[in-house]
Design a protein around this ligand. Sequence first.
Ligand SMILES: Cc1cc2nc3c(=O)[nH]c(=O)nc-3n(C[C@H](O)[C@H](O)[C@H](O)COP(=O)(O)OP(=O)(O)OC[C@H]3O[C@@H](n4cnc5c(N)ncnc54)[C@H](O)[C@@H]3O)c2cc1C
Length: 400
Amino acid sequence: MHALIIGGGVAGPTTAMALQKAGITSAVYEAHPVGGNGRGAFLSLFENGMDALHAVDADQVVLEQSFSASRIEFATGAGKRLKDCRLDQDTLGQIPGPRILRRSELCRVLSDEAILRGIPVVGGKRFLSAARTATGGVAATFDDGTVVEGDLLIGADGIHSAVRNIIDADAPQPAYTGEDIVCGYARNAPVTAPDDTMRMIYGKQAFFAYLTTPGGDTWWFVNIPGEFGEVEVAATTPGQWKGRALERVAGDDGVATALIRATQDDCVGIRIYDLASTPRWHAGPMVVIGDAAHTASPNAGHGAAMALEDSIVLAQCLRDVSGIESALERFEQLRRGRAEQLVATSTRMKKRAIPAPLQRLLRDFMLPRLLKDGPRNAAPWLTRHHIDWDEKVDAPAKGR
Ligand SMILES: Cc1cc2nc3c(=O)[nH]c(=O)nc-3n(C[C@H](O)[C@H](O)[C@H](O)COP(=O)(O)OP(=O)(O)OC[C@H]3O[C@@H](n4cnc5c(N)ncnc54)[C@H](O)[C@@H]3O)c2cc1C
């Protein structure tokens, strides 16, 4: 069996490594140059994500390129402490708490590891369309005019997936959440967070978080209400993003303002979309995984971990279930509920991030109670999810 994987982001190379472990060959086709530009947002990879990587022995390389933030401190915009929590108690395995790194770095590390294992990861290949072949496989066409054939096509092509639209021409499109995230990297900042700690500020008009790397840089992000359309956002400069972020934190205690001001041009803004449910994850020998199948807004910080879990479970299904279409059906049965629960959880968390004034009072009163046992324990189904690579997957249950 040979799989064509579209997308060399988080799920693409990981799926390729999992398939290889299952005895299935594949190649990854990525629209952009492999290795990325080193810019963009950073993310927290919680232990269920690291656990998924452990299933394909790729956790160590990510561990080496990331740092930990196993403490969280919550405060109001006025500087009032709401709660301090540890995230590294009662962990799944040897990996304590979330690991922090840029998303582009995570993709690079995973692609490099896949290449090291002999898997082709080809950059500059934008997938355009797919058609069934006479032998029941699939032929994928790219924007450079090339066509490649395989037994199945895996769409790991992210939120604006082309594969999703081929599986189902009526597939719902991701919806703009009305929220933008601005992310910045400050050198020699006047404010730093303690080692291993992420500080989160529930401000008057924005949710702001920051942490300091072992090298001394301070990374921050802020959730702000979206004001502009896609075209304006694409044309927004780092300076303008900083300006928008500054407006939103102006009424708070000055920590966020100082950090934004200390940031040079290493600052990006991203429009946030989500996709609550995709009716069809697979058709014939084609399937979508990760953000292409289910996109959660980043509020719960789990989209990448969920994409990594998908990668492993898909490979297990193809390893154990006889017939590609049955394997894809089983994959969807195993993953849909969990993935959609994450999208719903993230949507609820967004309401806490940028509330109306009255809701803000209620939020500041309720948060310490909600976080009584620590944020992770508030959602153990999310972070304590373990995948046992050796566990055998059974055939799909009949009907949905
Ligand atoms: C601001 C922000 C913060 C986030 N924070 C977190 C966090 O803290 N923790 C967490 O777990 N998750 C976080 N996420 C979510 C996480 O980034 C995504 O869920 C994750 O990247 C999804 O992985 P994926 O492989 O499905 O898609 P992606 O990583 O998006 O990869 C898709 C790849 O497909 C490529 N591609 C697209 N179209 C084509 C095509 N036609 N042909 C070929 N290639 C194509 C793209 O270039 C891309 O490389 C965050 C997201 C955002 C926006």
